[in-house]
Design a protein around this ligand. Structure first.
Ligand code: CAA
Length: 258
């Protein structure tokens, strides 16, 4: 499918989706969000895709929701039209892993989009922020909720109230990103992580993703029970037999997603 604001390439069972509105630092307008939701849904359904990498340009992952598009909206437009709701819900329902590869600015909706992915790999030049407060609004797609869970109340308050940016080193220290890599190597490192995931049994990858995500939605006791039952259910798969046999026979496992 041809898109206007994103570029999708599929290679070695990994879909690489690039946000592509350089003239606006990849600001998230309605077209981009609709196209991204469609591309992610398509990748989720495509048997040839086992992991997804979402990236932007070197200067900007995304500089936030598109301010030009939003500026004149009324409350009725925003609330009545559930501004950003459907697209961000679609993204959070994707079952295959999504890695956000962030270079440059990830601000406002850009930071929130990265946080809606499963983990973030940051380039050394990455800058994260929730500067919506400077526009007379607040974060609208996770900046007060996901960020607080990732970095704790104090830093989340600081970011949301002052609008200051966090650099890659601080983001790694605070647990917002899983690792920081040299800027020119960002996409290759993210693709290599994605290929590593693509080699695993997709059944266990999906169960691991579901289980980690459950920890944000429930109590520890319920989460541990969910995890244990998911773990126990893996013994119904051929891939569990193969994975353990391969270890004992000192060979590489050949998973078949069964
Ligand atoms: N929306 C629309 N256009 C944007 C944009 C945005 N969020 N961010 C940047 N642009 C546009 C600029 O208007 C400019 O276009 P023109 O040349 O046509 O004027 C172009 O991208 C380049 O931007 P700058 O000239 O500003 O580049 P810079 O290097 O001087 O500064 C920046 C970079 C610090 C990221 C600055 O662009 C900036 O502060 N952007 C806005 C960041 C922001 O406030 N994001 C939050 C948006 S609200 C939101 O996201 C709500 C939510 O939670 C869902």
């Amino acid at each position: 499918m041809a898109y206007e604001t994103i570029i999708v390439e599929i290679e070695d069972e990994v879909a690489l989706i690039r946000l592509n509105r350089p003239e606006a630092l990849n600001a998230l307008n309605a077209t981009l969000l609709d196209e991204l939701s469609a591309a992610l849904t398509e990748a989720d359904r495509n048997d040839k895709v086992r992991c997804i990498v979402l990236t932007g340009s070197e200067k900007a992952f995304a500089a936030g929701a598109d301010i030009k598009e939003m500026a004149q909206k009324s409350f009725v437009d925003a609330y009545g039209g559930d501004l950003f709701g459907p697209q961000i819900d679609t993204i959070s329902r994707i079952r295959k892993p999504i890695i956000a590869a962030v270079s440059g600015y990830a601000l406002g909706g850009g930071c929130e989009l990265a946080m809606a992915c499963d983990f973030i790999i940051a380039a050394e030049n990455a800058k994260f922020g929730q500067p919506e407060i400077n526009l007379g609004v607040i974060a609208g797609i996770g900046g007060t909720q996901r960020l607080t869970r990732f970095v704790g109340k104090s830093k989340a308050m600081d970011m949301n109230l002052t609008g200051r940016f966090m650099d890659a080193a601080e983001a790694e220290r605070s647990g917002l990103v899983s690792r920081v890599v040299p800027t020119p190597k960002l996409v290759s490192e993210a693709l290599s992580a994605a290929r590593k995931i693509a080699e695993k049994s997709q059944i266990s990858v999906m169960a691991a993703k579901e289980s980690v995500n459950r920890s944000y939605e429930t109590t520890l006791r319920e989460g541990l029970l969910f995890e244990r039952r998911a773990f126990q259910s893996m013994f119904a798969t051929e891939d569990q037999k193969e994975g353990m046999a391969a270890f004992l026979e000192k060979r590489e496992a050949q998973f078949r997603d069964r």
